[in-house]
Design a protein around this ligand. Structure first.
Ligand SMILES: *Cc1c(COP(=O)(O)O)cnc(C)c1O
Length: 424
Protein backbone atom coordinates (compact mmCIF):
# COMPACT_ATOMS: atom_id res chain seq x y z
CA UNK A 1 0.00 0.00 0.00
CA UNK A 2 1.27 3.49 -0.81
CA UNK A 3 1.41 5.49 2.41
CA UNK A 4 -0.78 8.60 2.55
CA UNK A 5 2.10 10.91 3.41
CA UNK A 6 5.76 11.16 4.21
CA UNK A 7 7.53 13.31 6.76
CA UNK A 8 10.40 15.49 5.59
CA UNK A 9 12.83 17.57 7.64
CA UNK A 10 12.68 21.14 6.34
CA UNK A 11 16.26 21.98 7.40
CA UNK A 12 18.01 18.86 6.11
CA UNK A 13 15.51 17.97 3.39
CA UNK A 14 15.74 14.28 4.31
CA UNK A 15 12.81 11.91 4.79
CA UNK A 16 12.12 11.09 8.44
CA UNK A 17 11.41 7.38 8.56
CA UNK A 18 9.73 7.28 11.97
CA UNK A 19 6.60 9.35 11.39
CA UNK A 20 5.86 9.57 15.11
CA UNK A 21 8.92 11.77 15.75
CA UNK A 22 8.54 15.50 16.42
CA UNK A 23 11.96 16.27 14.91
CA UNK A 24 14.48 14.57 12.65
CA UNK A 25 17.12 12.24 14.05
CA UNK A 26 20.02 14.27 12.59
CA UNK A 27 19.64 17.11 15.07
CA UNK A 28 18.66 19.79 12.56
CA UNK A 29 17.12 22.81 14.27
CA UNK A 30 14.08 22.44 12.09
CA UNK A 31 10.43 21.59 11.90
CA UNK A 32 9.45 18.42 10.11
CA UNK A 33 6.65 18.65 7.58
CA UNK A 34 4.10 16.32 6.02
CA UNK A 35 4.23 15.68 2.31
CA UNK A 36 0.97 14.25 1.03
CA UNK A 37 1.20 11.83 -1.84
CA UNK A 38 -2.07 13.22 -3.16
CA UNK A 39 -1.18 16.58 -4.71
CA UNK A 40 -4.78 17.45 -5.55
CA UNK A 41 -7.02 18.46 -2.66
CA UNK A 42 -9.89 15.97 -2.76
CA UNK A 43 -12.82 16.87 -0.54
CA UNK A 44 -14.57 14.20 1.49
CA UNK A 45 -18.22 14.12 2.57
CA UNK A 46 -17.28 14.38 6.27
CA UNK A 47 -18.19 17.45 8.29
CA UNK A 48 -15.91 20.06 9.80
CA UNK A 49 -12.17 19.78 9.36
CA UNK A 50 -12.42 16.19 8.12
CA UNK A 51 -13.75 17.49 4.85
CA UNK A 52 -9.99 18.03 4.32
CA UNK A 53 -9.01 14.55 5.48
CA UNK A 54 -6.89 14.15 2.32
CA UNK A 55 -4.40 16.63 3.77
CA UNK A 56 -4.57 15.60 7.43
CA UNK A 57 -2.02 13.09 8.76
CA UNK A 58 -4.66 10.64 9.99
CA UNK A 59 -6.36 7.69 8.35
CA UNK A 60 -9.85 8.07 9.78
CA UNK A 61 -11.83 11.13 10.87
CA UNK A 62 -12.66 11.82 14.51
CA UNK A 63 -16.34 12.66 14.30
CA UNK A 64 -18.41 14.62 14.90
CA UNK A 65 -16.14 17.57 14.31
CA UNK A 66 -16.55 21.27 13.80
CA UNK A 67 -14.27 23.18 11.52
CA UNK A 68 -13.37 26.64 10.31
CA UNK A 69 -16.02 28.42 8.26
CA UNK A 70 -15.42 31.02 5.56
CA UNK A 71 -17.96 33.74 4.84
CA UNK A 72 -18.28 37.39 3.91
CA UNK A 73 -19.79 40.16 5.98
CA UNK A 74 -21.14 42.93 3.79
CA UNK A 75 -21.24 45.22 6.81
CA UNK A 76 -17.58 44.72 7.71
CA UNK A 77 -16.48 44.91 4.05
CA UNK A 78 -18.38 48.18 3.64
CA UNK A 79 -17.03 49.58 6.89
CA UNK A 80 -13.45 48.90 5.75
CA UNK A 81 -14.00 49.77 2.09
CA UNK A 82 -12.84 46.35 0.90
CA UNK A 83 -14.45 44.57 -2.06
CA UNK A 84 -12.98 41.09 -1.52
CA UNK A 85 -12.79 40.51 2.21
CA UNK A 86 -13.43 36.97 3.46
CA UNK A 87 -13.65 36.01 7.09
CA UNK A 88 -12.52 32.66 8.42
CA UNK A 89 -14.17 32.01 11.76
CA UNK A 90 -13.09 29.29 14.18
CA UNK A 91 -15.43 29.31 17.12
CA UNK A 92 -19.09 28.93 17.92
CA UNK A 93 -21.60 30.73 15.71
CA UNK A 94 -24.40 28.32 14.80
CA UNK A 95 -26.07 30.71 12.29
CA UNK A 96 -22.83 30.50 10.30
CA UNK A 97 -22.44 26.74 10.74
CA UNK A 98 -19.49 27.30 13.09
CA UNK A 99 -19.54 24.55 15.70
CA UNK A 100 -16.25 24.63 17.60
CA UNK A 101 -17.71 24.43 21.10
CA UNK A 102 -14.47 25.36 22.88
CA UNK A 103 -14.59 28.66 21.02
CA UNK A 104 -11.17 28.74 19.37
CA UNK A 105 -9.05 27.33 16.57
CA UNK A 106 -7.10 25.28 19.13
CA UNK A 107 -9.81 22.68 18.54
CA UNK A 108 -8.55 22.33 14.95
CA UNK A 109 -5.21 21.25 16.42
CA UNK A 110 -6.53 19.02 19.18
CA UNK A 111 -8.75 16.81 17.06
CA UNK A 112 -6.22 15.48 14.50
CA UNK A 113 -3.58 15.29 17.25
CA UNK A 114 -5.79 13.00 19.37
CA UNK A 115 -6.75 10.93 16.36
CA UNK A 116 -3.18 10.56 15.12
CA UNK A 117 -1.87 9.43 18.52
CA UNK A 118 -4.61 6.83 18.65
CA UNK A 119 -3.72 5.57 15.18
CA UNK A 120 0.00 5.49 16.01
CA UNK A 121 -0.48 3.23 19.01
CA UNK A 122 -2.55 4.97 21.65
CA UNK A 123 -0.01 6.95 23.65
CA UNK A 124 -1.52 9.60 25.92
CA UNK A 125 -0.69 13.23 25.09
CA UNK A 126 0.61 15.54 27.80
CA UNK A 127 -0.40 19.15 27.24
CA UNK A 128 0.88 22.14 29.19
CA UNK A 129 -1.36 25.10 28.52
CA UNK A 130 -2.50 28.37 29.99
CA UNK A 131 -5.93 28.37 28.40
CA UNK A 132 -7.46 27.63 25.02
CA UNK A 133 -5.25 24.66 24.12
CA UNK A 134 -5.94 22.85 27.38
CA UNK A 135 -9.67 23.45 26.97
CA UNK A 136 -9.64 22.13 23.40
CA UNK A 137 -7.91 18.90 24.43
CA UNK A 138 -10.19 18.56 27.47
CA UNK A 139 -13.27 18.87 25.27
CA UNK A 140 -11.96 16.34 22.76
CA UNK A 141 -11.22 13.93 25.61
CA UNK A 142 -14.73 14.37 27.00
CA UNK A 143 -16.30 13.90 23.58
CA UNK A 144 -14.37 10.86 22.39
CA UNK A 145 -13.57 9.42 25.84
CA UNK A 146 -9.84 9.15 25.24
CA UNK A 147 -7.35 9.92 27.99
CA UNK A 148 -5.29 13.15 28.13
CA UNK A 149 -2.94 14.67 30.68
CA UNK A 150 -3.27 18.43 31.06
CA UNK A 151 -1.01 20.64 33.18
CA UNK A 152 -2.10 24.23 33.80
CA UNK A 153 -1.43 27.05 36.24
CA UNK A 154 -3.82 26.73 39.19
CA UNK A 155 -5.43 30.06 38.42
CA UNK A 156 -6.43 28.80 34.96
CA UNK A 157 -8.51 25.89 36.36
CA UNK A 158 -11.83 27.80 36.03
CA UNK A 159 -11.13 28.31 32.31
CA UNK A 160 -10.88 24.57 31.73
CA UNK A 161 -14.49 23.61 31.07
CA UNK A 162 -16.04 21.06 28.74
CA UNK A 163 -19.54 20.82 27.27
CA UNK A 164 -19.86 17.15 28.30
CA UNK A 165 -18.70 15.67 31.60
CA UNK A 166 -15.10 14.53 31.19
CA UNK A 167 -14.06 11.08 32.33
CA UNK A 168 -10.48 10.62 31.23
CA UNK A 169 -8.59 13.80 32.09
CA UNK A 170 -5.62 13.72 34.44
CA UNK A 171 -5.49 17.40 35.32
CA UNK A 172 -2.57 18.83 37.26
CA UNK A 173 -2.89 22.35 38.66
CA UNK A 174 0.48 23.97 39.32
CA UNK A 175 0.79 26.82 41.79
CA UNK A 176 2.81 28.90 39.36
CA UNK A 177 2.76 30.29 35.83
CA UNK A 178 2.70 28.79 32.34
CA UNK A 179 6.47 28.11 32.39
CA UNK A 180 6.07 26.12 35.62
CA UNK A 181 3.28 24.12 33.99
CA UNK A 182 5.63 23.31 31.08
CA UNK A 183 8.30 22.06 33.50
CA UNK A 184 5.86 19.75 35.29
CA UNK A 185 4.46 18.66 31.92
CA UNK A 186 7.93 17.60 30.77
CA UNK A 187 8.24 15.29 33.77
CA UNK A 188 4.86 13.71 33.11
CA UNK A 189 5.50 13.27 29.37
CA UNK A 190 8.36 10.92 30.33
CA UNK A 191 5.99 8.56 32.18
CA UNK A 192 5.66 5.31 30.16
CA UNK A 193 2.56 5.45 27.97
CA UNK A 194 2.66 9.24 27.63
CA UNK A 195 4.10 11.54 24.96
CA UNK A 196 4.66 15.28 24.80
CA UNK A 197 2.00 16.78 22.57
CA UNK A 198 4.75 18.73 20.80
CA UNK A 199 3.27 22.15 20.04
CA UNK A 200 4.38 23.62 16.71
CA UNK A 201 6.57 20.58 16.05
CA UNK A 202 3.51 18.35 15.87
CA UNK A 203 2.49 17.99 12.21
CA UNK A 204 -1.09 17.03 13.12
CA UNK A 205 -1.46 20.31 14.95
CA UNK A 206 -0.20 22.40 12.05
CA UNK A 207 -2.11 20.55 9.37
CA UNK A 208 -5.26 20.82 11.49
CA UNK A 209 -4.89 24.58 11.60
CA UNK A 210 -4.00 24.59 7.92
CA UNK A 211 -7.64 23.73 7.18
CA UNK A 212 -8.39 27.44 7.70
CA UNK A 213 -6.51 28.25 4.49
CA UNK A 214 -7.93 25.19 2.71
CA UNK A 215 -11.50 26.08 3.60
CA UNK A 216 -10.99 29.67 2.47
CA UNK A 217 -9.48 28.60 -0.85
CA UNK A 218 -12.21 26.04 -1.51
CA UNK A 219 -14.96 28.51 -0.56
CA UNK A 220 -13.62 31.46 -2.56
CA UNK A 221 -11.99 29.44 -5.33
CA UNK A 222 -8.53 30.87 -4.82
CA UNK A 223 -5.61 31.52 -2.47
CA UNK A 224 -6.05 34.99 -0.90
CA UNK A 225 -3.57 37.81 -1.60
CA UNK A 226 -3.34 38.67 2.10
CA UNK A 227 -3.84 36.66 5.29
CA UNK A 228 -4.43 38.40 8.65
CA UNK A 229 -4.02 36.67 12.01
CA UNK A 230 -2.96 37.42 15.58
CA UNK A 231 -0.02 35.27 16.64
CA UNK A 232 1.27 33.98 19.96
CA UNK A 233 3.49 31.09 18.94
CA UNK A 234 3.00 31.63 15.21
CA UNK A 235 1.99 27.99 14.72
CA UNK A 236 -1.28 28.94 13.05
CA UNK A 237 0.49 31.26 10.63
CA UNK A 238 3.13 28.66 9.77
CA UNK A 239 0.25 26.27 9.12
CA UNK A 240 -1.47 28.80 6.83
CA UNK A 241 1.75 29.20 4.83
CA UNK A 242 2.26 25.43 4.55
CA UNK A 243 -1.35 24.91 3.45
CA UNK A 244 -0.95 27.66 0.84
CA UNK A 245 2.17 25.93 -0.51
CA UNK A 246 0.16 22.72 -0.91
CA UNK A 247 -2.57 24.65 -2.71
CA UNK A 248 0.03 26.13 -5.08
CA UNK A 249 1.22 22.64 -5.80
CA UNK A 250 -2.36 21.52 -6.45
CA UNK A 251 -2.51 24.15 -9.17
CA UNK A 252 -6.26 24.90 -9.03
CA UNK A 253 -6.19 27.82 -6.59
CA UNK A 254 -3.72 30.30 -8.06
CA UNK A 255 0.00 30.67 -8.38
CA UNK A 256 1.00 33.06 -5.61
CA UNK A 257 1.49 32.64 -1.89
CA UNK A 258 -0.58 34.91 0.34
CA UNK A 259 1.28 37.69 2.12
CA UNK A 260 1.15 37.03 5.88
CA UNK A 261 -0.01 39.99 8.02
CA UNK A 262 0.51 38.98 11.64
CA UNK A 263 -0.29 40.85 14.81
CA UNK A 264 0.86 40.84 18.41
CA UNK A 265 -0.59 42.78 21.30
CA UNK A 266 1.44 45.71 22.66
CA UNK A 267 3.37 45.98 24.88
CA UNK A 268 4.43 42.31 24.40
CA UNK A 269 5.62 42.06 20.77
CA UNK A 270 8.85 40.04 20.50
CA UNK A 271 8.26 38.81 16.95
CA UNK A 272 7.20 42.25 15.70
CA UNK A 273 10.47 43.60 17.05
CA UNK A 274 12.70 40.84 15.64
CA UNK A 275 11.00 40.96 12.24
CA UNK A 276 11.31 44.77 12.06
CA UNK A 277 15.08 44.19 12.21
CA UNK A 278 14.73 41.24 9.77
CA UNK A 279 16.51 39.21 12.42
CA UNK A 280 16.03 35.42 12.71
CA UNK A 281 16.90 35.39 16.42
CA UNK A 282 14.72 36.79 19.15
CA UNK A 283 17.00 38.61 21.59
CA UNK A 284 15.11 38.77 24.90
CA UNK A 285 16.73 42.03 26.12
CA UNK A 286 15.96 43.78 22.84
CA UNK A 287 12.69 42.21 21.70
CA UNK A 288 10.91 41.53 24.99
CA UNK A 289 12.41 43.63 27.76
CA UNK A 290 10.49 43.49 31.05
CA UNK A 291 8.55 40.51 29.66
CA UNK A 292 6.54 39.57 32.76
CA UNK A 293 5.35 43.12 33.28
CA UNK A 294 4.41 43.49 29.60
CA UNK A 295 2.58 40.15 29.56
CA UNK A 296 0.47 41.42 32.44
CA UNK A 297 -0.74 44.37 30.37
CA UNK A 298 -2.10 42.81 27.17
CA UNK A 299 -5.80 42.21 26.49
CA UNK A 300 -5.07 38.87 24.78
CA UNK A 301 -2.87 36.60 26.86
CA UNK A 302 -2.88 33.80 24.25
CA UNK A 303 -0.53 36.05 22.28
CA UNK A 304 2.20 36.06 24.93
CA UNK A 305 4.37 33.06 24.10
CA UNK A 306 7.95 33.70 25.26
CA UNK A 307 9.47 30.86 23.28
CA UNK A 308 7.80 30.84 19.85
CA UNK A 309 8.97 28.69 16.89
CA UNK A 310 10.24 31.79 15.12
CA UNK A 311 13.94 31.09 14.47
CA UNK A 312 13.67 27.37 13.76
CA UNK A 313 13.98 26.22 10.12
CA UNK A 314 10.52 26.13 8.60
CA UNK A 315 9.25 28.38 11.38
CA UNK A 316 7.74 31.83 11.47
CA UNK A 317 10.76 33.80 10.27
CA UNK A 318 10.90 31.61 7.16
CA UNK A 319 7.14 32.00 6.65
CA UNK A 320 7.40 35.79 6.82
CA UNK A 321 10.37 35.83 4.50
CA UNK A 322 8.77 33.53 1.94
CA UNK A 323 5.58 35.59 1.82
CA UNK A 324 7.09 39.08 2.24
CA UNK A 325 5.11 39.35 5.43
CA UNK A 326 4.20 42.24 7.68
CA UNK A 327 3.98 42.32 11.47
CA UNK A 328 1.85 44.69 13.52
CA UNK A 329 2.01 45.71 17.16
CA UNK A 330 -1.56 46.45 18.24
CA UNK A 331 -2.30 48.45 21.40
CA UNK A 332 -5.24 47.42 23.61
CA UNK A 333 -7.23 50.51 22.64
CA UNK A 334 -7.20 49.55 18.96
CA UNK A 335 -8.09 46.00 19.95
CA UNK A 336 -11.08 47.18 21.96
CA UNK A 337 -12.33 49.28 19.02
CA UNK A 338 -11.93 46.30 16.69
CA UNK A 339 -13.82 44.07 19.09
CA UNK A 340 -16.76 46.45 18.92
CA UNK A 341 -16.46 46.60 15.14
CA UNK A 342 -16.76 42.80 14.89
CA UNK A 343 -19.70 42.67 17.29
CA UNK A 344 -21.53 45.41 15.36
CA UNK A 345 -20.84 44.10 11.85
CA UNK A 346 -20.34 40.31 12.04
CA UNK A 347 -22.63 39.89 15.04
CA UNK A 348 -20.51 37.70 17.33
CA UNK A 349 -18.23 38.28 20.32
CA UNK A 350 -14.67 37.76 19.06
CA UNK A 351 -11.90 36.25 21.18
CA UNK A 352 -9.58 39.14 22.18
CA UNK A 353 -6.95 37.69 19.82
CA UNK A 354 -9.40 37.86 16.92
CA UNK A 355 -10.00 41.51 17.80
CA UNK A 356 -6.24 42.14 17.63
CA UNK A 357 -6.11 40.58 14.14
CA UNK A 358 -9.00 42.79 13.04
CA UNK A 359 -7.21 45.88 14.37
CA UNK A 360 -4.18 44.96 12.24
CA UNK A 361 -6.45 44.81 9.19
CA UNK A 362 -7.85 48.23 10.04
CA UNK A 363 -4.29 49.58 10.25
CA UNK A 364 -3.32 47.97 6.92
CA UNK A 365 -6.32 49.63 5.26
CA UNK A 366 -5.58 53.03 6.80
CA UNK A 367 -1.92 52.90 5.79
CA UNK A 368 -2.64 51.58 2.26
CA UNK A 369 -0.53 48.49 2.92
CA UNK A 370 -3.27 46.56 1.11
CA UNK A 371 -5.42 47.67 -1.82
CA UNK A 372 -9.24 48.02 -1.64
CA UNK A 373 -9.78 45.32 -4.27
CA UNK A 374 -7.19 42.82 -2.99
CA UNK A 375 -8.44 39.40 -1.91
CA UNK A 376 -8.13 39.32 1.85
CA UNK A 377 -8.63 36.58 4.43
CA UNK A 378 -9.16 37.68 8.02
CA UNK A 379 -8.73 34.77 10.41
CA UNK A 380 -10.98 35.27 13.43
CA UNK A 381 -9.32 32.56 15.50
CA UNK A 382 -11.90 32.42 18.25
CA UNK A 383 -15.21 33.70 19.50
CA UNK A 384 -18.83 32.97 20.33
CA UNK A 385 -18.21 32.36 24.03
CA UNK A 386 -21.43 34.14 24.97
CA UNK A 387 -23.46 31.79 22.77
CA UNK A 388 -21.60 28.76 24.13
CA UNK A 389 -22.67 29.73 27.64
CA UNK A 390 -26.29 30.09 26.49
CA UNK A 391 -26.47 26.85 24.53
CA UNK A 392 -24.45 24.44 26.69
CA UNK A 393 -24.03 23.40 30.29
CA UNK A 394 -20.38 23.88 31.06
CA UNK A 395 -18.61 21.33 33.25
CA UNK A 396 -15.46 22.25 35.08
CA UNK A 397 -12.74 19.63 35.49
CA UNK A 398 -11.43 18.92 38.98
CA UNK A 399 -7.68 18.58 39.31
CA UNK A 400 -6.29 15.12 40.03
CA UNK A 401 -3.38 16.85 41.75
CA UNK A 402 -2.44 20.33 42.90
CA UNK A 403 1.24 21.01 43.44
CA UNK A 404 3.97 23.58 43.87
CA UNK A 405 6.53 23.76 41.06
CA UNK A 406 9.41 23.03 43.47
CA UNK A 407 7.78 19.91 44.94
CA UNK A 408 9.38 16.53 44.09
CA UNK A 409 7.42 14.92 41.26
CA UNK A 410 8.03 11.21 41.88
CA UNK A 411 4.74 10.76 43.71
CA UNK A 412 2.89 12.59 40.95
CA UNK A 413 4.49 10.40 38.27
CA UNK A 414 3.45 7.32 40.28
CA UNK A 415 -0.07 8.64 40.62
CA UNK A 416 -0.19 9.11 36.84
CA UNK A 417 1.17 5.60 36.24
CA UNK A 418 -1.59 4.22 38.43
CA UNK A 419 -4.19 6.36 36.62
CA UNK A 420 -2.98 5.08 33.24
CA UNK A 421 -3.61 1.51 34.45
CA UNK A 422 -7.27 2.40 34.76
CA UNK A 423 -7.63 4.66 31.71
CA UNK A 424 -4.92 3.67 29.22
C1 LIG B 1 -3.62 30.40 20.46
C2 LIG B 1 -4.46 31.43 19.83
C3 LIG B 1 -3.94 32.34 18.91
C4 LIG B 1 -2.48 32.36 18.53
O1 LIG B 1 -2.16 31.22 17.81
P1 LIG B 1 -0.65 30.77 17.60
O2 LIG B 1 -0.75 29.57 16.74
O3 LIG B 1 -0.12 30.43 18.99
O4 LIG B 1 0.10 31.88 17.02
C5 LIG B 1 -4.79 33.24 18.31
N1 LIG B 1 -6.09 33.27 18.63
C6 LIG B 1 -6.65 32.42 19.52
C7 LIG B 1 -8.10 32.52 19.81
C8 LIG B 1 -5.85 31.47 20.15
O5 LIG B 1 -6.40 30.63 21.04
Amino acid sequence: MIPKYRIRCVGGNEIVEDISLLSCSHGHDSLVRTEYCCRKLHLTSHTGIYRYLAWLPVIAPLLPSGGPVTFTSNELSRELGLTHLSISFSGYFPEREAHLTTGSFKELEASPTMQRLQELGGKIPVIASAGNTGRAFAELSARCKRPVVIVIPKKAVPRLWTTEPAQAIFLVAVKGDYSDAITVGNTLAAVPGCVPEGGAKNVARRDGMGTVMLDAAVTTGRIPDHYFQAVGSGTGAIAAWEAAMRLLDDGSYGNRLPCLHLAQNEPFTPMVSAWAARRREIIPEVDMPDAMNCIGKVMSDVLTNRNPPYSIQGGLFDALQATQGHMYGVPNAAGTDAEKLIRDTVGIDPDPAAAIATAALVEAVEKDIIGPDDHILLNLTGGGYERIREDFTLHTVSPSAIMRPDEPREALAEQLTEWIRHHG
